[in-house]
Design a protein around this ligand. Sequence first.
Ligand code: ADP
Ligand code: MG
Ligand code: MG
Length: 879
Amino acid sequence: MPTYVYDFDQGNKDQKDLLGGKGAGLAEMTNLGLPVPPGFTISTDACRAYLAEGAEPAGLEAEVDEHLHTLEERMGRRLGDPDDPLLVSVRSGAKFSMPGMMETVLDVGLNDRSVVGLAEQSGDDRFAADSYRRLLQMFGTTVLGIDGEAFSDRMDAADELDTEQLRMVVEDFKAIIREHTGHDFPQDPREQLRLAIRAVFSSWNTPRAALYRRQEQIPDDLGTAVNIQAMVFGNRGQTSGSGVAFTRDPATGDQGLYGDYLTDAQGEDVVAGIRNTIAIADLAELDRTSYEELLRIMATLEKHYRDMCDLEFTIEDGHLWMLQTRVGKRTAEAAVRIAADMVDEGLIDEDEALRRVTGDQLVALMFPRFAPDPSRQPVTTGMNASPGAAVGKVALDSDTAVAWAERGDDVILVRKETTPDDLHGMVAARGVLTSRGGKTSHAAVVARGMGRTCVCGAEAIRIDLVNRRFEVRGGPTVEEGDVISIDGGTGEVFVGEVPVSDPDVVRRLEGEDVDDPVADAVERLLERADAVRRLAVRANADTPEDAIRARRFGAAGIGLCRTEHMFLGERRGLVEDLIVAEDDAQKEHALTGLEPLQRSDFIEILTAMDGLPVTVRLIDPPLHEFLPDLTDLAVRVALEDERHDEDERDHLMLAAVRRLHEHNPMLGLRGVRIGLVIPGLFDLQARAIAEATAERIAAGGDPRPEIMVPLVASERELALIRAQLEAVVATVAEEQGVALDIPIGTMIELPRAAVTADRIATVADFFSFGTNDLTQTVWGFSRDDVEAAFFPAYRDQGVFPVSPFESLDVEGVGDLVRTAVRLGRSTKPDLHMGVCGEHGGDPASIHFFDEVGLDYVSCSPFRVPVARWEAARAVLGAT
Ligand code: ADP
Ligand code: MG
Ligand code: MG
């Protein structure tokens, strides 16, 4: 018989799979000797078994009985005893925290008789009645599935009710339960416990929990643990209360403790924004002893976890109890700051700091901010709960936010407070603004987790849902649909659209002198990353400006210089001439017109990347992309004919465009096929590259071009083109009297190329994996056609968790990459290999490329720092 239940002192912090995050944290604190109300954890195994079978697995009931008995012995009270009841909480807790997504029931064990016992034992009638009405409400909604609205109009005013009124509420709530379920509220405490445990198990599968998991990429099959814990009471008057805290500021990473505390409150009250909380520092005045003990505990936890922790605590009549801890969620800013600070404090080393901050967090730090402008005045300022600059139309409820986002609008979700039911609105919105709640409110926690900009607790705002607008005290009235801008870094709220600019981190990476601790931390850890990583990082850059920026961001060359733009604009005419040329002389004329223009393009790029490799990809897209649109041209020719004003060139062009028209251009005449079918174009490009190189050498530079042939499927294609290109380069070398050493390699972007890579390697100096086309051809779908059309449905049905164009499909496409690497190196052990698809800047894909032994990744200039970072994290085994 498997074991399903563990006492808190039987577990530890590393058992999150089995005990869930909350259970593991409770166990760890118990073992550290911190004041934790005793209890036990039902493992995730039991939940998975329950969900699979639709019933408690055999043996679970008996185990729960046994552990409950031990708990009763320890506490000297029996669950729901009429004279002196033990009450327990029944708390969900999955491996990964899912704030507010699943259920917890407090005060289990109260009934019509034990509520009298509780009142007598505590000497506090009001407290007992208040606890009972809380149980009825929580049990009614979470266990019995009654809509929260049914209870809620009584709830807002609960603080002001006296004992008699609370007792009436209790009777009302019992009636509501009877009315909605056809049964009385279960009076048997053990029955309450059984039903609550079931409800927690089942809450794993609520739609909102499933949505949250998809959003956060948490697997669906983990299940939740259930923690049964003796209740402690923060709702016993002014010497009691409950709070949440972080050991450092989760928004900025600043040192010092952060959190909210509410006197005479239980559980969720503090995060629900029902009353206004006080800052944790002010607890010192209310209850110095508990405050100081809390400080000591926080220091213990930080040292022990070697990380920033968040925690929940309750003070019952001057006695402090710890109810939860875990490594706290934080913004990207805070993540880098805390990691770097902890290196200074000797808690961790720089490698651990790198492991803790993901490349995605670095990306978040590089997003634009509102441009500083002292003359701009916020209409109000709330709390800076989750950073970023968000601009959008005000939406006052989540359904509206989703509807407007779907039609393409940027929206800011503005709510009094958010609840787990607002998740879809928060996902759809650019930013979230609330008028109540602190940095630990639902809005703040969830927004930080999602990387969504959030300003919370902007108390000057009064939302008027009837007239669909909000008023700012002493300020304007803003209608739903008006544009506002919110700054999650400062908490400022602006009416209208505020322009954005680069953040300090980017300015520092660009070489500017900025005074910013986040930029300091990033720079320092990037230096370490460069020392650790094995992969080189190049950039995809087509212009000198991009090349220069990429260099400043630390690129070791260009891995993909596209040449398409060199045929566009005013040069189009020459391309058209080339296509309609009737004889070699005309063709030659067009080509010689294009060559000097391209040569000067290459000179600029080689100058910008002097001393570093520049991989130039010969023309890739289908030729007709450089020609006039078929319909436009057909109409023009038809009109000309009607007017008997025929233009011979237009006719020739129309014929050419018709000839080149393709139903599947992606699979048509492009890449190396153009080079073989329309001789001259590749030669022209090779000549331009070779002459630019010669000129740079003559000018004393150190040009390092490499020529890359796209869309090769067979060795023969590359061999033919290679011979042609080599001849051109040799001619130029002779003409100019310089030695030119220009490697010629190929893209591996077709399945056939990957599986014949050993043979292709005989005629290639290097490989560069074009993982975009490889993904398209392996899956057999064209990105432009399918991504918007059916990827959402594919994600929903679990065909893939993310688009294979965003993150490399390791199983399929990755397998071909691995094969090609192996085959290529079986021919040439030192064959230089990189990747130039967009995956080169994607964290998960970078880890894969490191693992299969590529030499470099190439990505957009903006992502170069991220790639440097993740390449190091790959070596350090971070995930
Ligand atoms: P969540 O995962 O949503 O935070 P929790 O299980 O932590 O849910 O519980 C909800 C609230 O009830 C928290 O504020 C928690 O501190 C409080 N709580 C849970 N168990 C107890 C207990 N045994 N005594 C007092 N308060 C509790
Ligand atoms: Mg909690
Ligand atoms: Mg391609």
